[in-house]
Design a protein around this ligand. Structure first.
Ligand code: ATP
Length: 557
């Protein structure tokens, strides 16, 4: 995490704190061991898990709040060079936890995370520091993520101090565009004075490489105008046999150099140098988010995890921030992991999309592919809820029933089976898919214990002023909890559904659930789907897409 620890939006664990469980490898420069490879993704995860242990005291047991929250549960993912990978899913499905576990802001419970091929899983403060400068985060709530007691200048300079930016590697050289009498020369080599241990790599960001060289005056060399950067930098230019050599040195203290650079960053994100001395509360939401972005950029990262960066902003401001992120990405070659629940935004910014449900990735695909042909039923449901230009165009809208189940006790098999419109009928079902889905939906309601026979009984008795029998309670339960008419099923199924209703009315929920499991079995409950590759290196975890999965029906059947 950057030096300017976000207030309010910070993760619940401090990864920089001493922790006996964390891996405290020697601090190293990324790539030092030669393990990194250009072909490696910038960031990747394999089998990544982040589980939170909830307290299991008396009160938790009473309230049913104890247990292990499987927020991220076996995620494989890679973010490639220069791409925007969006992670989408409903609230609570684990997107933020995934983003933070990838950056070791939450220490993963299991699995591996790699930065350019080098394993960084669970690295603690000092060992993580060389990597953290490459991996930055922009948070959802800009104000909460900025320390209200610090000026914007301090907020942006903080990460530079922690990571000793600008770099002090004296060997770095670069080129600058030099103008002589208004004419641009070939790019010339730029180096630093031997006695100044500031690298020009840093100067590149500061001096904006627009080094203006005035005309040569006899015996006095060439003058260099560094523009505003002249306050902290000095330059000399020598003619050499090959052209010019520009030497830039820092003639002010490092804090000034950092302050100059922070000002340049503010300008880059659309603010003003003069804003350096203001406090976060003096900015609008969009401006605060620009500060958050400048802070992330301060250490020249390779990858930024942007966690819902525009969802707290007005719609008109959202587009400006999205455009800024896009520009910066192109200009700086950044990779972005963009977390969002908003598919309209995702469509605008993403190259690829990973769809997350209850701690797992259920589908990944290039953005156009995903929108044109979603394969996972969950993705289809999410997409069908995206607002259309033509409000009448609602023919394929799928409304998902219920909310995301608890990550403490996720459903067995495919986690989406309790809400899936395409849940697969097990062997022996002789109705059609739609009737199976209706019966299965009744099964999941009974299994979850959400039916309330006592409340139904009370209501019936209040309505008729007479005592209700199990039979009438069962009939009302079926009427309200089973979509469609109970007698529209094959005869045997109708009888089982009625019997299950009677059992629930009599308080025998377990027997009812067992009967329904027998009546409407599904491979989606029995087995977790494999993740299979489809076209265009897309992946889907759904029995319907897996040619080797059990069950009766497949996509395309
Ligand atoms: N520190 C924590 N301790 C316990 N449970 C947590 C903690 N952080 C997150 N969770 C739980 O983990 C699950 C995933 O949460 P997370 O915030 O990652 O989801 P999300 O998809 O980002 O949701 P949202 O879009 O609402 O932020 C949720 O059930 C959440 O309550």
């Amino acid at each position: 995490m950057s030096a300017d620890t976000p207030v309010g939006a910070e993760p619940s664990e401090d990864p920089d704190s001493e922790d006996p469980d964390s891996v405290d490898r020697d601090a190293a420069t990324p790539g030092d061991d030669g393990a990194a490879d250009d072909a490696d993704p910038v960031l990747s995860a394999e089998g990544l898990e982040k589980h939170f242990e909830q307290s299991d005291g008396f009160l938790d047991r009473l309230l049913g709040t104890g247990g292990t929250v499987k927020a991220v549960d076996g995620v494989d993912l890679e973010v490639r060079e220069g791409e925007t990978l969006a992670v989408v899913g409903e609230s609570g499905c684990g997107k933020s936890t995934l983003g933070q576990a990838l950056l070791n802001l939450h220490r993963p419970t299991d699995g591996t995370v790699r930065y350019r091929g080098e394993e960084i899983t669970g690295l603690s403060g000092s060992a993580m520091r060389p990597y953290r400068r490459h991996l930055q985060m922009v948070f959802q709530d800009p104000l909460a993520s900025l320390n209200p007691r610090k000026t914007v200048g301090d907020i942006v300079i903080g990460p530079m101090e922690v990571h000793d930016e600008p770099s002090t590697d004296p060997d770095v050289t670069t080129t600058a565009e030099v103008r002589v009498d208004g004419a641009v020369t070939e790019p010339v080599a730029v180096s630093v004075d031997d006695d100044v241990d500031r690298a020009v790599g840093s100067v590149e960001g500061v001096a904006a490489v627009d080094v203006e060289v005035g005309p040569a005056t006899d015996g006095e060399g060439i003058e260099v105008d560094l523009g505003e950067a002249g306050a902290v930098l000095a330059a000399t230019v020598d003619r050499t046999a090959d052209g010019y050599e520009v030497r830039i040195s820092v003639d002010a203290s490092t804090p000034d150099l950092r302050r100059y650079r922070a000002g340049a960053l503010l300008e880059r994100v659309g603010l003003e140098r003069g804003h350096l001395d203001r406090y976060p509360s003096q900015f609008s939401g969009g401006q605060q988010q620009r500060v958050g972005i400048a802070r992330a950029l301060a250490v020249e990262p390779d990858l930024i995890v942007a966690d819902e960066p525009v969802s707290a902003l007005d719609v008109s401001v959202q587009a400006q921030i999205l455009n800024l992120l896009e520009e910066l990405q192109t200009e700086l070659g950044l990779s972005l992991l963009f977390i969002s629940h908003d598919l309209s935004v995702v469509r605008q910014v993403a190259d690829r999309v990973a769809v997350m449900y209850l701690g797992e990735i259920v589908e990944t695909a290039p953005v156009d592919e995903l929108f044109a042909e979603p394969r996972h039923p969950y993705t289809k449901s999410l997409l069908s809820a995206v607002p259309r230009i033509d409000p009448g165009d609602r023919s394929d809208r799928t409304v998902l029933r219920g909310s995301v189940p608890s990550p403490i006790d996720p459903p067995a098999g495919c986690r989406f089976h309790t809400r899936c419109p395409e849940v697969i009928p097990g062997a022996g079902w002789d109705g059609d898919q739609e009737s199976f889905r209706r019966a299965f939906s009744f099964r999941t309601r009974v299994e979850s214990g959400e039916l309330e026979p006592d409340a139904v009984r009370d209501r019936l008795e209040a309505e008729s002023d007479a005592s209700a029998t199990d039979e009438t309670v069962a009939a009302r339960l079926l009427e309200t909890a089973l979509p469609g008419a109970v007698d529209a099923f094959p005869a045997g199924v109708t009888e089982s559904l009625r019997e299950a209703g009677r059992l629930v009315a009599a308080g025998e929920d377990d027997d009812a659930a067992a009967l329904l499991r027998e009546t409407c079995p599904s491979p989606c409950v029995d087995e977790a789907p494999r993740t299979v590759e489809t076209v265009d290196a897309a992946t889907v975890a759904c029995h319907r897409v897996d040619p080797d999965a059990p069950g009766e029906e497949r996509v395309g059947d």
